[in-house]
Design a protein around this ligand. Structure first.
Ligand code: SF4
Length: 251
């Protein structure tokens, strides 16, 4: 395939297929792993967004291939960028890729920290084609979000879009990863519980000074207690699950 690919390693815990329709991401998350994957500096990766050459043509070719092979694995938009960059306002690449996927009857998932107004525009399309809408939420308090995800959307916008999507009958999921401040993460679980169908939870990695200060066993115990009290499904990523021998991957 050309632009749709099979993620490896930890990313595969999120999806078996993915597509990065944009290159670069201006959300500037401090924990972003994309520059390392792309052998770029954080400054290079986060300073501008480019459109992949012939992105939609390549996407359509891959979509045809998957359709011909009756491949029903969902395609995730996206890992190395955010599908709802500001540039989506004018370019609408994500929107058009979703339309192509719908034409070929492919399954899709979105993961974003983009602005609500951009995501909102695609909610009717997502509902029509059964796209699962995922939003990353690591903090309840927007001050911490500003520190770690400075140019991504504010927490209240993420909450609003999850609520709207859920009310429209769209399957909603939250990526609570990376957990950086356990108290904040637990608050997110409680705060968003009414609007979330599936949680994906993972610890912070590659930040030893933060990681080592956290009692992961305690966090996991407390998170599981909240999760088990809700109807939502959940998936604990392997890195975190190893802190609880009894934890299971689904409710
Ligand atoms: S939204 Fe994702 S790709 Fe963009 S900076 Fe944040 S972690 Fe990196």
């Amino acid at each position: 395939m050309n632009i749709i690919y099979e993620p490896k390693g930890r990313a595969r815990e999120y999806s078996e297929l993915a597509c990065n329709i944009y290159m670069g991401c201006t959300h500037k998350c401090r924990y972003c792993f994309a520059p390392g994957c792309m052998r770029k500096t954080a400054n290079e990766w986060h300073s501008k967004v480019t459109i992949r050459k012939n992105a939609l043509t390549l996407f359509e070719k891959d979509a045809q291939f998957l359709c011909r092979n009756h491949d029903q694995r969902a395609i995730l938009f996206s890992f190395l960028s955010d599908p709802y960059q500001c540039i989506e306002e004018s370019e609408q690449l994500t929107h058009q890729a979703l339309e192509i996927a719908m034409h070929y009857r492919l399954k899709t998932k979105v993961l974003t920290k983009g602005r609500a107004r951009l995501i909102r525009r695609d909610l009717p399309l997502m509902r029509q084609m059964g796209t699962e809408l995922g939003v990353t939420v690591c903090f309840a308090n927007d001050t911490y979000r500003q520190d770690w995800e400075p140019d991504a959307s504010p927490i209240d916008e993420r909450l609003a879009i999850l609520r709207e999507a859920h009310d429209m009958g769209i399957f909603t999921w939250v990526s609570l990863e990376p957990v950086i401040m356990p108290e904040e993460a637990l608050q997110v679980l409680v705060m968003l519980a009414p609007y979330v169908d599936l949680w994906k939870i993972g610890k912070i990695n590659h930040f030893k000074e933060v990681e080592q200060q956290i009692d992961w066993r305690k966090f996991l115990r407390e998170a599981m207690a909240i999760l088990l009290s809700t109807k939502a499904k959940f998936y604990i990523k392997h890195d975190l699950l190893r802190y609880d021998d009894n934890a299971n991957a689904s409710s």
